[in-house]
Design a binder for this molecule. Structure first.
Ligand code: SAM
Length: 218
């Protein structure tokens, strides 16, 4: 997701280091201090404008959340939404970083769950390594999740979903949940992302999986 250049974004981001953490590598191993509690930490890689992570943080106040996004012009929209919330959202922080550098920001076991929502599909075979469910990324996530940690993934893209099912299975993860039409059951716990709303309005099915790392891989 890219939006037009927003020259004011950098200043707004700098003005709110309490939400958009400026040097996240300095908090590695200390995120519980940032939040001021020992609640579980769930992160979303590729958070976009933050609709999902903001909704999750409001729905689950006893879980801490961090939204990770690559672009200023996108994450600044999440920041603006948080600033509009009366009283703020105390259990939510944002990082404007590349998800491929996760181990610079989190210790092993510091993240309890990782969400991927509508990740860029990179349909060309030669770009497969860029898909956020490629095994190099699965290895990276394993370095910050606890043993038996989980990845929850949603997409409208059938090709990426098929690829991801194979990728997590070949990695030795346990598939705990698979849906080929998430909205058919209308689950009340589901928080829609921006892309999810856009694609489901067009009548496209939404695919979802939950995969868990296994301690004793075959
Ligand atoms: N998750 C949102 C949703 O479902 O509406 C946004 C989906 S958008 C297709 C994918 C987002 O992931 C973009 O905003 C993109 O900038 C971000 N992204 C892609 N690769 C990333 C990476 N390596 N680290 C952080 N963010 C990334």
């Amino acid at each position: 997701m890219r939006t037009r250049f927003k020259p004011w974004a950098a200043d707004l981001m700098k003005a709110h280091p309490e939400i958009l953490i400026p040097n996240p590598e300095q908090q590695k191993g200390k995120w519980h201090e940032v939040f001021g509690n020992n609640n579980p930490l769930h992160i979303e890689a590729g958070t976009g404008k933050g609709r999902f992570i903001i909704g999750m943080a409001k729905q689950n106040p006893s879980i801490n959340y961090i939204g990770i996004e690559l672009f200023d012009s996108v994450i600044v929209s999440a920041l603006e939404t948080i600033l509009e919330e009366e009283g703020g959202i105390p259990n939510l922080r944002l990082l404007r970083v590349n998800a491929k550098d996760l181990t610079e920001f989190f210790e092993k076991g510091e993240v309890d769950r990782l969400y991927l929502n509508f990740s860029d599909p990179w349909p060309k075979k030669r770009h497969a390594k860029r898909r956020l469910t490629h095994d190099t990324f699965l290895k990276l996530y394993e370095s910050v999740l606890p043993e038996n940690g989980e990845i929850h993934f949603k997409t409208d893209n059938r090709g990426l979903f098929e690829y991801s099912l194979t990728s997590v299975s070949e990695y030795g993860m346990l598939l705990k949940y698979v849906s080929l039409d998430l909205h058919a059951g209308d689950p009340e716990w589901n928080i829609m992302t921006e892309y999810e709303e856009k694609f489901s309005k067009k009548g496209q099915p939404i695919y979802r999986l939950e995969a868990q790392y296994q301690t004793n891989k075959a």
